[in-house]
Design a protein around this ligand. Structure first.
Ligand code: ADE
Length: 243
């Protein structure tokens, strides 16, 4: 059977999916709860990534090794970094970079040592389906016409970015090395690297909850509860129905 793993960053985002899961079976493994079942007719495993790169890497590895999933799809929220990436917009990732990885001068800034690369790509076919699911969901939710669906590079690191100057420094430093990032979050690059190691298709979508500025910590919790969980639910439905 081909299991699709749906990774959510936060419990609020997973809750709506859990309520729709058919024949739910909870399995505790590696200190985490994994939910196996069927969603929109597709065999799935739902899991929380937990927060930060190491926790997300453990969850992804468990999904692959213990649950034998065939693909991983991540839904969550992110801070907008790129110009024109606004709160309420949606970003489907093409690639991920770790903004807090720096083994220079031994390796170039941002390069993951011994991989010879800084960026890990998402699966093109799965990302195309996710992009189509995002487009259909945004239309279905009848959101304001200013909501934009972006497709590009996302940066991950073990830091909640909550200052305008910090966000600008991050954006410029990445840009100096040729990485034009749209958004920042705390898990995606780790899952992308694990999926690269195992040769598994990975795709990720992030709703922009804040601008990674001085307001970020205020905007974030409200947004997750009121908006992002609805987006995630709609996009997962569209995606699973298209598989
Ligand atoms: N996830 C959502 N907003 C974020 C931010 N500002 N920094 C890191 N991760 C985030």
């Amino acid at each position: 059977m081909t299991f699709t793993a749906i990774l959510s960053a936060l419990a609020e985002e997973q809750q709506g999916l859990l309520e729709l899961l058919q024949q739910p079976q909870k399995i505790n493994h590696a200190g985490r709860d994994f939910w196996q079942g069927s969603l929109y007719g597709q065999p799935v495993v739902l899991a929380l990534s937990r927060i930060g790169k190491v926790a997300a890497a453990t969850t992804a590895t468990a999904l692959i090794e213990r649950f034998k999933v065939s693909r991983i799809v991540f839904t969550g929220v992110a801070g907008g970094l790129g110009a024109g990436v606004r709160v309420g917009d949606v970003v489907v990732a093409t690639e991920f970079v770790q903004h807090d990885l720096d083994a220079s001068p031994i390796f170039p800034r941002y390069e993951v040592p011994l991989y010879g690369q800084s960026r890990f790509a998402c699966d093109a076919a799965l990302s195309a389906l996710l992009l189509a699911a995002g487009r259909a969901s945004l239309q279905g939710l009848a959101l304001s016409p200013t909501v934009t669906l972006h497709h590009g590079l996302i940066a991950s690191g073990d830091r909640f970015v909550s200052g305008a100057q910090e966000a600008q420094a991050l954006r410029e430093s990445l840009q100096d090395q040729g990485h034009a990032v749209l958004a920042v979050e705390m898990e995606g690059a780790a899952v992308a690297q694990v999926c690269f190691d195992y040769g598994l298709p990975f795709a990720a979508v992030r709703t922009i909850s804040d601008r990674a500025d001085d307001q970020a910590h205020v905007d974030f919790p409200v947004f997750v509860r009121d908006v992002a969980s609805l987006y995630a639910q709609a996009m997962v439905r569209q995606l699973l129905q298209s598989l």
